[in-house]
Design a protein around this ligand. Structure first.
Ligand code: DGT
Ligand code: CA
Ligand code: CA
Ligand code: ZN
Length: 573
């Protein structure tokens, strides 16, 4: 399978990190990091560009040398320079870099001054109090590293849903082409659209199961077959996923799909209902005595149990069973309900496309509106816009809107919430905007009470509309900062502020539990992609997945409203 932009970017980040530890020229290090950033936010797949013989050096920040390296990486799957650097640096350095709170500089010190050779050594050194004696390592850093080590172990096992999607697509395509496969689906946490998945559970219906298993193990993405039987097999894929395959007969397909979709907690709860009804439910069907009374479809099984059909995203035993029995299940939001996107970036800050290109892409999706939310000044990593630059952008948007037929571009900004809860832009200019998207990009480790009050104070500003990526977590990479979500949600509701569900696959922030909490409290939600390129508008589907897991309906989400109604919600004055 061709390399994903994300994998290419990760390779360059690894290279930059190792070079930085070695003390290489900082400009060179920065160039590789920059390349990683450009590639990860790029619309087309770089491997497609290479296949079409496009000139990569035309991309921003990519010179001839880098273009050459990218081509080599895509064609051979390897980067010779990285191989060389890896050969001369001990692997533990890269291991240590994966720990939250450790960057190249600190890793170098740990290796050289403390002689750390294993993650275990690091834990011991902290326990013995040797770390805080080093300059630049306080007690806080120690705590951060310790919890970073704990998370490291959790993180390595689960993959992001968006990374699983192309793998599942190609696997299902392969399975559908096998002669004799009557039905096939990916069950498990993937079907429940969980933000991360542990492994992939493929279920197929066929008469001759052994024949299907024999064909499955010939799939060329398989790196190793773990187990192989007559009705099931497990294998490791080159992409790092583990796949479990089960083959059942058609008359059991619905029962097996229900069972292997899970969750385990949901399964246990519905099996209890079966027992109460003096029925037996298992992965082959539902039985009264010895007689099978259902099992072909999930609908049939829920019906026998006296339940309305429950969407896979809700099957977590979080109240869906009672709701189903009482016919009070939510009518879950879907992608077609979305009328616009209220968070995206252009190349005026850290996006990769122009204002016009972003607007055109949104128009092609059939959106009614799009808010341009480039960063404010304070955000040093991305050269945020100052007041003058924002005024220039506002004028540009006016001119663009005069030309656009079907889409309205809304003037906005992603404004930084500073440590004291003030906004990183003066009121007079914020008043010129249609809405603001406000977020935290600094001081992540404030105590919970301070962090919560920082946000509530920011919301007191009548120019505040949307709290973006409310907890700041990055899946498998950075823990959320500590806030009292209930207080924030009540505070938002009282003030007429909105919480974002950021649809970037590594954010998905708010999470499912928080979405349900927001719904119960009555705080409005917006689902936004935070797109940094036109292609990233497609992340909306991941936001929808998370929203559905959080029981959200169309009416809970403000960007399902027509522009006129939306504008009313955004006007706090
Ligand atoms: P994952 O892979 O960790 O993201 O999560 P799942 O939900 O895909 O779990 P997995 O792959 O271990 O098993 C797939 C489904 O099989 C699971 O959702 C429910 C069902 N299942 C597995 N083990 C049990 C069990 O011990 N009892 C019951 N009732 N169901 C189980
Ligand atoms: Ca699974
Ligand atoms: Ca499994
Ligand atoms: Zn953003």
């Amino acid at each position: 399978m061709p390399l994903h932009n994300r994998e290419i970017a990760d390779t360059f980040i690894k290279l930059a990190n190792l070079l930085e530890i070695e003390g290489a020229n900082p400009f060179r290090v920065r160039a590789y990091r920059n390349a990683a950033r450009v590639i990860s936010s790029l619309a087309p797949r770089v491997s497609d560009l290479v296949a079409q013989d496009k000139d990569l050096s035309e991309l921003p920040g990519i010179g001839d040398d880098l273009a050459d390296k990218i081509r080599t990486l895509i064609k051979t799957g390897e980067l010779p320079l990285l191989k060389q650097v890896e050969a001369r640096t001990p692997p533990i350095l890269h291991e240590l870099m994966k720990i939250e709170g450790l960057g190249p500089k600190r890793v170098k010190i740990l290796y050289q001054k403390l002689g750390i050779r294993h993650v275990k050594d690091l834990q011991t050194a902290i326990k013995q109090g040797r770390l805080k004696k080093l300059s630049g390592f306080g007690e806080k850093t120690e705590q951060k590293i310790l919890s970073g080590i704990q998370h490291l172990n959790q993180y390595t096992k689960r993959m992001k849903l968006a990374d699983a999607a192309p793998v599942v697509d190609s696997l299902l395509r392969y399975m559908r082409n096998i002669d004799g496969v009557e039905q096939v689906e990916c069950a498990g946490s993937y079907r429940r659209k969980k933000e991360t998945v542990g492994d992939l559970d493929i279920l197929a219906a066929a008469k001759d199961s052994e024949k299907i298993i024999n064909a499955f193990i010939k799939f060329d993405e398989i790196a190793a077959v773990i187990t192989q039987g007559t009705t099931r097999a497990s294998a490791h894929l080159h992409s790092g996923f583990q796949v479990d395959l089960r083959v059942v007969s058609e008359k059991s397909y619905g029962a097996a799909l229900l069972y292997f979709t899970g969750s385990k907690e949901h399964n246990i709860a519905i099996r209890k209902i079966a027992v109460q009804k003096k029925l037996k439910l298992n992965e082959y069907g539902i039985y009264r005595g010895e007689r099978q009374i259902g099992g072909r479809t999930e609908e049939e099984l829920y019906k026998q149990l006296g339940l309305a059909y429950i969407e896979p995203e809700l099957r977590e035993d979080r109240g869906e069973i009672i709701a189903s029995r009482k016919h009070r299940l939510p009518k879950l939001i879907s992608l077609k309900d979305i009328r616009g996107d209220l968070h995206c970036h252009t190349h005026a800050t850290d996006g990769s496309a122009s204002l016009e290109q972003m607007a055109k892409a949104a128009e092609q999706l059939g959106y009614e509106y799009l808010a341009i939310t480039d960063h404010s000044q304070h955000l040093t990593v991305a050269h945020g816009l100052d007041k003058k630059a924002l005024i220039a952008q506002i004028k540009k948007i006016d001119r663009l809107n005069a030309k656009l037929q079907n889409l309205v571009v809304l003037k906005s900004m992603e404004v930084d919430i500073l440590e004291d809860g003030s906004l990183d832009m003066p009121r007079d200019i914020l008043n010129e905007l249609d809405l603001t998207v406000c977020s935290i990009h600094s001081k992540f480790s404030l105590p919970q009470k301070k962090q919560t009050e920082r946000i509530l104070k920011a919301m007191d500003n009548v120019c505040f509309n949307i709290l973006a990526h409310p907890t700041g977590r990055l899946i498998n990479h950075r823990e959320p900062y500590s806030i009292d979500m209930e207080r924030i949600l009540h505070g938002a509701k009282e003030r007429g502020c909105i919480l974002e569900l950021n649809a970037q696959p590594d954010r998905l922030d708010l999470n499912d539990i928080h979405c349900k909490m927001a719904k119960d409290i009555g705080a409005p939600i917006v689902i936004s992609t935070d797109a940094h390129s036109p292609s990233q508008f497609s992340y909306m589907c991941y936001g929808i997945n998370q929203a559905r897991r959080g029981w959200l309906e169309k009416e809970n989400v403000i960007n399902t409203r027509p522009l006129k109604d939306l504008k009313k919600l955004l006007n706090r004055k």
